[in-house]
Design a protein around this ligand. Structure first.
Ligand SMILES: Cc1cc2nc3c(=O)[nH]c(=O)nc-3n(C[C@H](O)[C@H](O)[C@H](O)COP(=O)(O)OP(=O)(O)OC[C@H]3O[C@@H](n4cnc5c(N)ncnc54)[C@H](O)[C@@H]3O)c2cc1C
Length: 383
């Protein structure tokens, strides 16, 4: 493992920093008046990233990426997350595209991939259901073959960005009479297909990020089945591995700690020693997380495979660290930290704390992550 960037990596890091300083649309980092405005800017950022082939940076060049190495991805993710640039968390790039590359037909690759890489299409992920989250294979939404179509009926929930996605990456039950992991299939579905109803769910931080989505006799062409019928569980599992190995994206935690330290140094507010000590613990956590990310990237660079156990550990540690930092930030700002945005800059920490609750749920809860690390990572017995 090498902690030092070589000359090419240093040059790439500088290129990314220059782009953040000079290449982004005006006002990208100010408070937006509406969600629609935030989304407009985010899509502008995606278009500019796509022009540099950075939106799908790790993808092969033939599909619109740059075939970037794990270290380049880490450098890119770190800088984007540290500076809080939106538009880089893209499900189409992170797991839909990679699964289509592995299991999709050539015509599907041609139809979906370039429009993800150039920022034309946004995708959402339709996995979770009211009765299937941690136990994802228990999903009940049905797809029944009817001529050249499948007909979909059921409900999905917690669908992030489903209200502005162009396409949905959908997992459904195609065979109810076999063990639950064996009767699932994955489809690409246009989100404006008749019979789809999208209802907003507002989270405890007061923002509309996710939705519940109802399917009533929705016809999806059989040609949109990705991979083999009833082998969808493998597509989902591979996709979740891609989701949990997004290295470097947690460096917004480092930014929060740096900002808090700068604030305390310059404003010199009176704070309890216990709060300072907590901040020291968070700074240590941030350094540890960064080392984990570099370790994962350097292993992946050497072996070509992301080390699953370490990636799971980084996801778990990073999510819990973010919650601790958000709580410490509120202690630093005291009463002011509890104000609603946009009253003061401290108020964004209030939002951060409320939003951070979801960190240990989305993409797999901490309990599930610990169980997977215990059994698959450490080889501990299941019961
Ligand atoms: C912000 C956010 C965004 C999301 N976006 C999406 C999305 O875009 N698409 C999508 O499909 N889903 C999405 N989800 C859903 C997410 O994947 C699920 O919420 C998550 O997998 C947990 O499932 P659940 O909510 O059904 O909770 P449950 O599975 O019901 O779990 C409830 C509690 O029980 C614990 N538990 C469950 N089983 C076990 C076990 N075997 N051992 C120990 N403890 C257990 C859990 O850890 C948890 O604490 C999102 C969730 C959040 C919070």
């Amino acid at each position: 493992m090498n902690f030092h960037l070589d000359a090419d990596q240093t040059a790439f890091q500088q290129e990314v920093v220059d782009f953040i300083e000079q290449g982004l649309p005006d006002g990208w980092d100010s408070e937006h008046e509406s969600f629609a405005e935030a989304l407009r800017i985010e899509r502008q950022i995606m278009t500019r990233l796509a022009a540099k082939h950075w939106l799908a940076l790790p993808w092969p060049k033939e599909f619109g990426g740059l075939g970037a190495s794990p270290m380049q991805q880490l450098i890119f993710n770190e800088q984007m997350a540290y500076h809080g640039v939106p538009g880089t968390m893209n499900m189409g790039v992170a797991w839909v595209g990679p699964v289509v590359m592995l299991y999709g037909r050539d015509d599907q690759k041609a139809q979906y991939l370039s429009r993800i890489a150039d920022g034309s299409d946004l995708w959402c992920t339709l996995y979770s259901e009211p009765g299937a989250g941690s136990d994802l294979a228990a999903m009940q939404t049905r797809a029944v073959r009817d001529g050249d179509d499948y007909i979909i009926n059921g409900q999905k929930i917690w669908t992030s960005f489903g209200h502005y996605a162009d396409w949905g990456w959908l997992a459904v039950r195609t065979d109810p009479d076999v063990p639950k992991h064996k009767g699932l299939s994955t489809f690409a579905i246009k989100m404006d297909t008749p019979g789809i109803t999208i209802r907003p769910l507002v989270n405890m931080a007061g923002t509309h990020e996710f939705n519940e989505i109802f399917f009533e006799d929705v016809r999806v062409p059989a040609a949109n089945l990705v991979g083999e019928e009833n082998r969808g569980w493998y597509n989902v599992a591979v996709g979740l591995d891609f989701e949990r190995s997004s290295i470097g994206a947690t460096s917004n935690s480092r930014r929060m700690v740096d900002d808090l330290v700068t604030y305390l140094r310059t404003e010199k507010p009176r704070i309890d020693n216990a709060v300072k000590h907590r901040l020291v613990d968070e700074a240590i956590g941030v350094a540890l997380l960064r080392n984990m990310a570099y370790y994962i990237a350097s292993r992946q660079e050497k072996t070509g495979i992301a080390p699953t156990r370490e990636a799971q550990m980084a996801k778990l540690f990073g999510a819990e660290l973010q919650q601790r930092i958000a709580a410490t930030a509120l202690q630093v700002f005291g009463m002011e930290g509890q104000a609603h945005r946009p009253v003061s800059r401290a108020a964004s920490y209030r939002y951060g704390l409320l939003r951070s609750v979801a960190n240990t749920i989305e993409g797999g809860t901490s309990e599930i992550q610990r169980s997977v690390i215990a059994t698959r990572g450490l080889g501990l017995p299941r019961e």
